[in-house]
Write a protein that binds this ligand. Structure first.
Ligand code: SF4
Length: 321
């Protein structure tokens, strides 16, 4: 089996795959491009799917009373029903999928921050909402890895997205293998799960313990539910530190005073955002190699997705690694 499962990701087709934007352009996107070697993409362009053609006149979201309509100002055409019906049918057919990458701010694909207008006439936006397709994706699949392409320029958001995406894909890959494979998954992902949510990890431990009571099938279902819940919350700087300390305890008594002090110094720098977390994980890994701690070396906590995707560059916003 390959080290990393290949996630299946639905992607807005104009991102790298097709010149299907309203003006006949394709959008070059480094994240999507880089992921192509590691992900099975399923491109879709909702506007082309409802027959708007390329190139086409732009569409926008207009708020009428409490309804959000998808209108084409130049033709006054209302394509709300077509888009809603396409989204419902398409999304009902989604199977074996781990995530979505959708075009930011599109009135169809955008997940949030899509401009809303008062009418089809020229005028400023009166607010923001989600695109008609993107909003349904968010409502139905928030347990999967769902992101907008613009947000993925941020290192922290991208890191969380990749972690969730590859972890869910690895769980999906082993599902047909049954409970023993789930137990193996739990073991290898133990510290990663702990970093995301200690209370949910406790629930998962309990679920696996109660297998005699619930039976294998229900145990796997309960475990999967807990896994989806776990990723609702992002791993935080302080929980990463807590997990690093937990791992460090395994080696502490065998280390010199200076080695222990060096670890504490790194932890302090990380807490003050002066050091990336990768400095700490590299140190922990080197201790695991030295003391031949294979249980630690196998932990996905150190590399939840292919290392080649790890680039510590971002849009400059919200960088809190
Ligand atoms: S944003 Fe969505 S609807 Fe618009 S061109 Fe891209 S894929 Fe098509």
């Amino acid at each position: 089996m390959e080290a990393y499962a290949r996630p299946r990701v639905v992607v807005s087709k104009c991102l790298e795959f097709d010149a299907c934007r309203y003006n006949g352009d394709v959008i070059y996107n480094d994240v999507v491009k880089k992921l192509m070697d590691y992900v099975d993409f399923v491109p879709v362009c909702p506007e082309v799917e409802i027959g708007l053609g390329t190139p086409r006149e732009t569409i926008r979201i207009v708020k009428k009373e409490e309804n959000y309509l998808l209108l084409q100002p130049s033709t006054k055409r209302d394509v709300t029903k077509e888009m809603t019906s396409f989204a419902d049918t398409y999304l009902a057919g989604i199977r074996d999928t781990d995530g979505f990458i959708l075009k930011t701010r599109s009135p169809s694909c955008g997940v949030k921050e899509v401009k809303v207008y008062a009418s089809t006439e020229k005028g400023p936006a009166i607010g923001h909402t989600s695109g008609l397709f993107g909003g349904k994706v968010e409502a139905l699949f928030s347990h999967l890895a769902v992101e907008e392409e613009g947000r993925l320029n941020n290192f922290t958001i991208r890191d969380r997205f990749y972690t969730k995406l590859f972890t869910l894909a690895s769980f999906r890959r082993l599902l047909p293998l049954g409970l023993e494979a789930v137990k193996e998954f739990h073991k290898k992902n133990y510290y990663l799960l702990m970093a995301y949510s200690k209370p949910t990890l406790k629930v998962m431990n309990r679920v696996l313990k109660n297998v005699d009571e619930n039976g294998e099938e229900e145990t796997v279902e309960l475990y999967q539910k807990a896994l989806h819940k776990l990723f609702n919350r992002a791993a935080r700087n302080d929980s990463n530190r807590r997990v690093a300390r937990e791992i460090f305890k395994r080696f502490e008594s065998k280390l010199s005073i200076r080695e222990v002090a060096f670890f504490e110094e790194l932890m302090q720098k990380y807490a003050n955002k002066k050091e990336p977390f990768s400095s700490i994980t590299t140190l922990l890994k080197s201790h695991a190699i030295r003391f031949e701690d294979n249980e630690i070396l196998e932990q996905t906590f150190f590399a939840p997705y292919p290392e080649i995707l790890l680039e510590i560059s971002d849009s400059g916003k919200g960088r809190d690694y």
